[in-house]
Write a protein that binds this ligand. Structure first.
Ligand code: FAD
Length: 443
């Protein structure tokens, strides 16, 4: 009986343990991707993510075909669709790589038990995190809430396993299981088509991801520690969407970076990704609930839609903020330093709830994921794990002087932006700190 590999956040052939297990079983293999926007608790992808997903699936489908296999696309609640596919092809085994969001884990656990009851073999594998959340614990057996000891504990664990090579051929099913047409899923916007900037910037798919990793390790890694905070330097890896969609595995990035003498600084950024998932595993409602519950008392003023819109459009009159928001809108990406500055400005100068910012990033980032995005928003807002203290309000003008001293980034993205700020930085900072007093009293 054939084996079924259910692909999710692992759109790759290399270092894919679920695929490897299926091939080792020695029977024909079917690959399945399910577009699930219906199961309870599943957060539908944002617009930029849908664009990435479409192209990454198109690339993978092509490559699977070249190797003799097929990637089946089906849409609907995952539990129903996977069970149906198992029945359609008479699969004897189903394999997947584990995911760590709350709703996703519920779905996977439900499927595992129902399929097993029907006598289907089911196995799941570690592929998307170097260290699974429950394997990293404090001396007293609890999870970590501070990054530095978390990462120290990770580094003390056995070295992450070596990545698995990609298969050279796939033994597919004849005929292949029926599949939706990717174009029918409507993942790409049509009217208006706002994805021109994404197309100029990115080439989704595993081959381009590997090429980018190689270039980064050859050319950019030496300057990483010195220049990573400068948004115009092009010194960071740009691997976040690759890791988000699993076009590259963190094991591949880890081992190749170590071989290329990647710095501890770069490796610890992978650690922040791990920490975001570690935190999310233990607080699955991270996108909606303050991790520090005393922040529930924060007296957010009534939302000003015009301020929110000015922030979204990059017309706040604060050059670094506007440059960041325009880079995001155009490319689906924003440099990390500028993400921190734009987020701080929304929360601490416009006094807009971090959740509104998180939602906008969710819709516009190609690397938006259910852990890193809310985790970092809560970090900036002060409500998160190991967060920046609330009174740390980034001053976007000083940040620009320090990290974009020649205004290269600002002139690239916001040369024609308005120059009259919509708020006074000093006065709004004071108002934010006064509001924070309420949280302090509740603590
Ligand atoms: P590099 O500096 O080359 O880092 C290498 C890898 O480490 C990244 O690709 C990423 O996978 C990981 N990484 C680096 N910094 C972080 C971090 N702070 N948290 C988690 N992982 C990190 N990152 C996302 O992947 N998805 C998001 O949705 C996301 N939302 C963010 C929202 C805000 C408000 C902020 C401040 C940061 C957010 N980040 C998010 C983290 C970070 O900005 C990006 O991962 C980084 O800019 C990606 O660029 P890079 O690949 O060139 O990074």
């Amino acid at each position: 009986s054939p084996s079924l590999v259910w692909l999710r956040d692992d759109l790759r052939l290399a270092d894919n343990p679920a695929l490897r297990a299926a091939m080792d079983r020695g029977e024909p293999v079917a690959l399945l991707y399910v577009l699930d926007e219906e199961s309870p608790g599943i957060r539908p992808h944002g617009g930029a993510a849908r664009w990435w997903l479409h192209h990454s699936l198109a690339s993978l489908r092509e490559r699977v075909k070249e190797l003799g296999g097929s990637l089946t696309l089906r849409r609907g609640p995952a539990e129903r669709v996977v069970s149906q596919t198992v029945a359609d092809i008479g699969a004897g085994a189903v394999y997947w790589n584990r995911r760590y969001g709350g709703a996703e884990r519920d779905i996977d656990a439900g499927l595992k038990s129902s399929l097993r009851e029907e006598g289907v073999e089911v196995a799941s594998f570690q592929a998307s995190l170097l260290h699974e959340p429950w394997t990293v614990t404090t001396g007293s057996g609890t999870h970590f809430s501070v990054f530095t000891p978390f990462w120290r504990a990770c580094l003390a664990l056995p070295t992450p396993r070596a990545p698995l090579p990609a298969p050279r051929a796939l033994d597919g099913l004849t005929p292949p299981p029926s599949s939706d047409e990717l174009d029918d899923w409507g993942l790409l916007p049509t009217r208006p088509d706002w994805t021109g900037g994404l197309r100029e910037t990115w080439e989704p798919g595993e081959p381009a991801a590997r090429a980018r990793l190689r270039t980064f390790l050859q050319d950019d890694v030496p300057a990483y520690d010195r220049a990573r905070d400068e948004p115009s330097a092009g010194a960071t890896s740009l691997l976040s969407p690759r890791l988000r969609w699993g076009e590259l595995s963190p094991f591949t990035v880890w081992h190749e970076a170590v071989e290329a003498h990647g710095t501890a600084g770069f490796l610890s950024e992978l650690g922040w990704r791990e920490f975001a998932w570690h935190t999310t595993f233990h607080a699955p409602d991270i996108a909606t609930k303050n991790l520090r519950r005393q922040y529930d008392a924060f007296p957010w003023p009534r939302l000003s839609p015009s301020h929110l819109e000015a922030w979204q459009r990059g017309s706040t009159g604060i050059p670094l903020v506007d440059a960041g928001m325009r880079e995001l809108w155009h490319t689906g990406f924003m440099h990390n330093r500028v993400r921190m500055v734009t987020a701080s400005f929304l929360v601490k100068n416009l006094l807009i709830d971090w959740r509104r910012g998180e939602e906008w990033f969710w819709d516009t980032l190609v690397d938006a994921d259910g852990a890193s995005n809310p985790f970092n928003w809560q970090w900036v807002a002060g409500s998160g794990a190991d967060a920046a203290p609330y009174f740390r309000v980034f001053n976007p003008e000083l940040q620009a002087k320090k990290f974009d001293p020649q205004s290269l980034y600002i002139s690239q993205w916001a040369a024609d932006a308005p120059t009259e700020p919509i708020v006074d930085l000093a006065a709004t900072r004071k108002a934010a700190l006064a509001a924070y007093e309420v949280v302090k009293r509740t603590a």
